[in-house]
Write a new protein. Structure first.
Lengths: 112, 115
């Protein structure tokens, strides 16, 4: 069964600093991976998705993620954090039944 | 830009009462989903729905839950006799196909509080 694990329930960075949110996956078949963002009192918004076309995936709002099969990872990064990036971030994997399995989420705090 | 909408945004109910959560998926989408997120926990899959029947359901989706597409636009989740542990945020999602890379679009959620 496919699953994802997010390391770190809470990450705090200073404005302008690098953002790194970690996600590791478990899958017996090539995984289909997603990152979603949830702003306070809002739904889930897709940031980016891995489609196997390229290992480095660029998403919205300056975020990107790199698929590393050798490390079974799909970490989310952004070179320079902005105050508006403060939100909850979820890594997810699409299962063979086409539903989504989410990680526990990482809350990103950006300090001025 | 088309979006998934959900009503109500917040529902408060007494334990044992029936609740119906409503969703309007994106108009040309054919696949519909319900997820829930208990406060402070991960988002969990409940059920997927296609062609007027359930495609998949998780172990959470027991006999107390049902889904329906009563007309051409709404997609509902019914909980027959709510329990305290049903308190959660419920998200509806839809997609145009079931393709593996196909994005599921999520609604803003309904926060259900069971007292």
């Amino acid at each position: 069964a496919q699953s994802v694990t997010q390391l770190g329930s809470h990450v705090s960075v200073s404005e302008g600093a690098l953002v790194l949110l970690r996600c590791n996956y478990s899958s017996s078949v090539p995984p289909y991976l997603f990152w979603y963002v949830q702003y306070p009192n809002q739904g889930l918004q897709l940031l980016l998705k891995y489609t196997s076309a390229a290992t480095l995936v660029k998403g919205i709002n300056g975020f990107e993620a790199e698929f590393k099969k050798s490390e079974t990872s799909f970490h989310l990064t952004k070179p320079s954090a902005h105050m508006s990036d403060a939100a909850e971030y979820f890594c997810a994997v699409r299962t063979l039944n086409n539903d989504m399995r989410f990680g526990a989420g990482t809350r990103l705090t950006v300090k001025p | 830009e088309p979006e998934v909408t959900q009503t109500p945004s917040h529902q408060v109910t007494q334990m044992g009462q029936e609740v119906i959560l409503r969703c309007v998926p994106i108009s040309n989408h054919l696949y519909f989903y319900w997820y829930r997120q208990i406060l402070g926990q991960k988002v969990e899959f409940l059920v997927s729905f296609y062609n007027n029947e359930i495609s998949e359901k998780s172990e959470i989706f027991d006999d107390q839950f049902s889904v329906e597409r009563p007309d051409g636009s709404n997609f509902t989740l019914k909980i027959r006799s709510t329990k305290l542990e049903d308190s959660a945020m419920y998200f509806c999602a839809s997609s145009s196909t079931s393709g593996t890379y196909n994005e599921q679009f999520f609604g803003p959620g309904t926060r259900l509080t069971v007292l």
